[in-house]
Design a protein around this ligand. Structure first.
Ligand SMILES: Cc1cc2nc3c(=O)[nH]c(=O)nc-3n(C[C@H](O)[C@H](O)[C@H](O)COP(=O)(O)O)c2cc1C
Length: 196
């Protein structure tokens, strides 16, 4: 079976709506896996902030461990676990930094305190003195007290351009369904089913 990516994105949207309506506390949370230069994987949760036929977008500090690993090897994997609708969705693909305009537009929608937090956090580096982080929050709070907070140049987003999407659906007696989609042409994706 061959279907356009637009249908896969619609299907993802439908599942996201379903888990949200059923009260998932953090439906856009996804586990993002990256690998370091020695091939060691690491995973952490980030929030999905946008998605469409081009891919799945999250935002972060560009000096963080995940960003450094992506800069070294852009092949990543994200995973959504939606217990309340018994679904798992896995996306493999290539992470590409979003444009400055796109990052600026998203940053502008964040609460001012979160914008200040982005300036204050040297994400994934050691806090030398316990109070250092709080001091930095105060410092940037004062700096931007009477002005808009610009997006730091060390903070942006990545779009994961998918090369494989797997929908996993729980079924009785562990006879689960797995549908895996990979692109064949620029518009159509092929489906294969895997044993669970
Ligand atoms: C529910 C949840 C949502 C999170 N969302 C983000 C996010 O969108 N961006 C981000 O940089 N970190 C987010 N974090 C923090 C990351 O999991 C992680 O601790 C941090 O980004 C540092 O990861 P790294 O050292 O691997 O780069 C979130 C954590 C949780 C538990």
């Amino acid at each position: 079976m061959s279907i356009p990516i637009s249908e896969l994105i619609e299907r993802f949207q439908k599942d996201l709506d379903a888990t949200t309506q059923k009260g998932h506390p953090e439906p856009t949370a996804m586990t993002l896996s990256t690998v370091n230069e020695n091939g060691f994987p690491s995973s952490r949760v980030v929030l999905l902030k946008a998605f469409d036929e081009r891919g799945f977008v999250f935002y972060t500090n560009l000096t963080s461990r995940k960003s450094r690993e992506i800069q070294n090897n852009p092949q990543v994997c994200i995973n959504f676990m939606w217990h309340n609708i018994s679904k798992q969705i896995r996306v493999e693909g290539r992470a590409e930094q979003v444009s400055d305009q796109e990052a600026d537009a998203y940053f502008a929608t964040r609460a001012k305190q979160s914008q200040i937090g982005a300036w204050a956090s040297k994400q994934s580096t050691e806090i030398e003195q316990k109070m250092d982080f709080k001091k930095r929050v105060v410092k940037y709070g004062l700096k931007f007290a009477t002005s808009k907070v610009p997006r730091p140049d060390f903070w942006s987003g990545f779009r994961i351009v998918p090369s494989k999407i797997e929908f996993w659906q729980k079924r009785d007696f562990r006879l689960h369904e797995r549908q895996v989609f990979t692109p064949d042409t620029s518009v159509n994706w092929n489906e294969v089913r895997l044993y669970p």
